[in-house]
Design a protein around this ligand. Structure first.
Ligand code: AMP
Ligand code: MN
Ligand code: MN
Ligand code: MN
Length: 283
């Protein structure tokens, strides 16, 4: 079942995407997606809408989210798939994870004001679809609109990444909690875009080992964040750790994302697709 146009990673206005779950569903279907998951950051408020929209567009659906985790002082993202979207412990855990975002955003705005960028908090808020989820992406869109940078990648490079004036250190969920919320709600936990983390070989080994020990079962191999060389590299890592492989564009917005929904190479052969572990969770 490797040859399936599954797109199991993207974002709507419920987190930091610019399209509604319904708009994403019709775009995914138009691009040939057969199995879809909406994976908003730290938030599952769009899941019932997304499942209904998937069915209205003739696609199968897996529930999804992307949880922010702090591991070895870095931010790591853990995708959850196929969980019960009404699970109380998961809802509470995600609510706690989102909790610090408001204060963090105000601090980011204070720091940006010191380098001459005024009213960034109010500016970012204009781009926020869900008041509980203000993210760096919303600040990036405001800085582009206000003419400070030409696109959001430039904003991240100049202002919003470690060591830059608008970057605020933040503590997210623990790896163990994130994996357990997902698995106890009946889902499968997946390490998102491992090629993006700035880990040493030892730290990366620790991430995969601890993730497995906590019950994690999958890794993204084909994602919009990976190069072709990273598809090969993480296919090997998946085999080495006995993890299933996932595939997802990480689409956020037509103007910003270079990989569109469903427009990715298929999973390489010789891997267990993560959807094979979730056959009874597909809606
Ligand atoms: P946050 O969860 O508020 O820290 O925001 C993280 C989000 O910022 C990610 O999910 C991406 O959507 C976006 N992001 C992070 N780094 C970059 C980058 N270099 N260029 C564009 N977007 C980025
Ligand atoms: Mn994002
Ligand atoms: Mn991510
Ligand atoms: Mn993402």
């Amino acid at each position: 079942m490797s040859i399936l146009n599954a797109d199991l990673h993207c974002h709507s206005i419920v987190s930091d995407g610019t399209l509604t779950p319904e708009e994403l569903a019709s775009r995914a279907a138009a691009n040939g997606v057969e199995l879809w998951a909406l994976t908003d950051h730290d938030e599952i408020g769009g899941q019932h809408r997304a499942a209904a929209a998937a069915h209205a567009n003739g696609m199968q659906y897996l529930t999804g989210t992307e949880i922010s985790v702090t591991f070895a002082s870095e931010t790591v993202h853990i995708v959850g798939l196929g969980f019960d979207p009404d699970d109380a412990a998961m809802l509470q855990g995600l609510d706690d994870t989102r909790g610090g975002r408001g204060a963090r955003a105000r601090e980011m705005a204070e720091q940006l004001a010191k380098v001459g960028i005024k009213d960034a908090y109010e500016g970012a808020l204009k781009f926020v679809g869900n008041p509980k989820l203000i993210s760096r992406t919303h600040f990036a869109r405001f800085l582009v609109e206000a003419g400070h940078c030409k696109d959001t990648s430039e904003v991240f490079r100049r202002y919003l990444t470690e060591g830059k004036p608008g970057y605020v250190e933040h503590r997210w969920a623990s790896l163990k909690d994130a994996v357990q919320w997902i698995t106890r709600a009946g889902g499968v936990a997946v390490i998102a875009h491992p090629g993006r983390y700035k880990f040493s070989a030892n730290e990366e080994f620790a991430l995969f080992s601890e993730f497995k020990a906590h019950g994690g079962r999958g890794v993204e191999v084909v994602t919009g964040s990976h190069t072709a060389a990273e598809y090969v590299r993480y296919a090997e890592t998946a085999k080495e750790f006995g993890l299933a492989a996932s595939r997802g564009s990480d689409f956020h917005s037509p103007g910003e994302s270079h990989t569109d929904l469903g427009r990715l190479p298929y999973l390489p052969g010789g891997l267990t697709p993560v959807w094979d572990l979730l056959a009874d969770r597909i809606l």
